[in-house]
Design a protein around this ligand. Structure first.
Ligand code: GLY
Length: 315
């Protein structure tokens, strides 16, 4: 360790996790956790997951409660993970958590379906997908949460539909928001409706003179539903020219979200991860870690952790 005297005492060793991410948004009254359809957000700014990370450039869900690259069994395991977290909150704090709980899930080679982040809210833009599929009156859901009667509620979704949401942002977002700000927006709502799409405003300001001006972040989202994801995606593409900026400043969106090509990419990654985690499952090593020190060989990972906690030797 003396050789590393120029670095801070504490070293954080992180494990790289890779695999398809998906969100599982749930309603809970602290006792019952009701899962909603899986949604996948697409955070990268540009096509096929390239470019900087954004607040979300669009999301896909369905048909049915899963995604085309996540199995029903993986959905059930994901729900158990979220249920376990709600239970742990209660055990550790003595307080019941109720309301919305969102699990940012990932299928990983080490764990299978696992959680990488939690939200005490709905996702953005995942909320649009879920609420579009929700058949049960949301007031009844909130009432059941307040009265701790969620176990008696029948939560229903339009399982035959797939939903695609695509976000439209002015050029400059997310890195040069000052350039993306202050442009007058023109939206042809009749065309959007004619193409069977829905419009949701985002970061836009309605001025007194009736003009809508970009705020510098994600401007709006267009949503379409169909029996599968690719035709819903294509419908949004068809209506994309209905959104423009009056001064000619550019807008962008991700044409690949919900497309067959991106779904094939997701499917390929999911299949690789699934082969690895089911192999681990079959050999009883799911979730286990191996410590390896160069020149020493295999060591107990908990031993490594303890040494780390004691800090390095002082030279
Ligand atoms: N979609 C991620 C979030 O809501 O933060």
């Amino acid at each position: 360790m003396a050789a590393y005297s120029d670095i801070e005492d504490k070293i954080l060793v992180e494990e790289k996790a890779w695999g398809p991410e998906y969100s599982l948004q749930c309603f809970t009254d602290g006792k019952t956790v009701l899962g909603t359809p899986l949604v996948q957000d697409n955070k990268s700014a540009h096509e096929f997951d390239s470019g900087p990370e954004t607040g979300g450039m669009g999301s896909i869900s369905g048909p049915d409660m899963t995604l085309p690259f996540i199995t029903r069994e993986e959905y059930d395991k994901s729900l158990k993970v979220v249920e376990g977290i709600v239970e742990s909150i209660q055990k550790k704090t003595g307080k019941s958590y109720h309301g919305m709980v969102g699990g940012q899930m990932m299928l990983t080679e080490n764990e299978g379906p696992t959680v990488i982040e939690m939200y005490s809210r709905l996702g953005d833009p995942e909320a649009l997908n879920m609420l579009a599929m929700l058949k049960t009156d949301i007031i009844d859901i909130f009432q059941a949460i307040v009265e701790r009667q969620l176990s008696k509620l029948k939560l229903e979704f339009t399982n035959e539909d797939a939903v695609v949401v695509k976000v439209v942002a002015p050029n400059g977002y997310p890195e040069k928001r000052d350039k993306a700000k202050g442009h007058s927006v023109q939206v042809f709502e009749t065309n959007i409706k004619r193409n069977g799409c829905y419009l949701f405003w985002g970061n836009a300001d309605l001025h007194g003179d009736g003009q809508v001006i970009t705020g510098g972040s994600r401007l709006l989202a267009l949503m379409a539903m169909d029996h599968t994801l690719p035709p819903a995606s294509a419908r949004i593409e068809k209506t994309m020219s209905s959104v423009q900026l009056a001064d000619g400043w550019g807008l962008y969106h991700r044409s690949d979200i919900g497309s067959q090509q991106l779904l094939a990419k997701r499917q390929g990654v999911a299949e690789r991860v699934r082969r690895l985690y089911t192999y681990r499952e079959e050999h009883g090593i799911l979730g286990s870690r191996m410590g390896w020190v160069p020149g020493v060989g295999r060591v107990d990972p908990s031993h490594l952790m303890l040494q780390g906690m004691h800090g390095p030797e002082k030279g």
